[in-house]
Design a protein around this ligand. Sequence first.
Ligand code: HEM
Length: 232
Amino acid sequence: MGINSVTTMSPGVGAKLRRMHPLPIRIMHWVNAVAMFIMIGSGWKIYNDEVIFGWLHFPEFLTIGKWAQHGLQWHFLGMWIIFFNGLAYLTYGFATGRFRRMLLPIAWRDVVATIKDSLRLKLSHDDETKYNAVQKLLYIGVLLAGVMIVLSGMAIWKPVQFSELYFLFGDFQTARLIHFFCMAAIVGFVIVHIALAILVPKTLVAMVAGGPIVSDADQSGARHMNETGNHP
Ligand code: HEM
């Protein structure tokens, strides 16, 4: 079915109907997933060549590239994909109001209630087309980590050309550390994210096929934990 965006008189006059995940979102999400995979694998190859923490070496079979310089080539390829795809996603998210509709507002009491619900394994049957407060928080968090990892990466890559950025981070080692911790946060997010996508497969199907048809008018607000809602 080809619905991605339709204007209708019902529900609500002039309300827009669309898939929960419109086609551009799905394309950008999966392009990002592939590019992240390249960035993390090649980043680990580069890291292994000159480690920050003596006790931490990434297993070679999890890295991308034959040697560090080759890993760097992969990293630059992934970098451009992440940069332009991320820019398109942020522009789309702000311009269409998706971020406002899907990720805001976040009420702290909803975050606490969702965490309590999940600890008690209390599963309710709310609207699967809305993200719960914890999901919203994690998605905003990973978007911020994505922005920070690109900025710190630019500072490490071209400290002279991006000297203002470079000095904002303080020095090379601080920028490199921030780059590393953003990677760790993104990897942590991705592990939980993939595990929950597997546990709640209908969210995965929705991220491929588009999901239920929703109206702009009611696709906002938080939901509490449920079988679909426990998915960051
Ligand atoms: C194989 C890897 C991945 C799988 C299987 C996956 C799966 C999914 C699914 C099923 C959803 C929809 C959640 C729902 O409706 O409840 C989603 C949304 C999302 N994912 Fe992923 N994802 C993957 C990789 C990533 C990566 C690498 C990132 C970022 C670092 C990411 C960031 C997001 C964000 C921000 C959303 C919300 C998008 C929006 O609504 O605008 N995902 N993902």
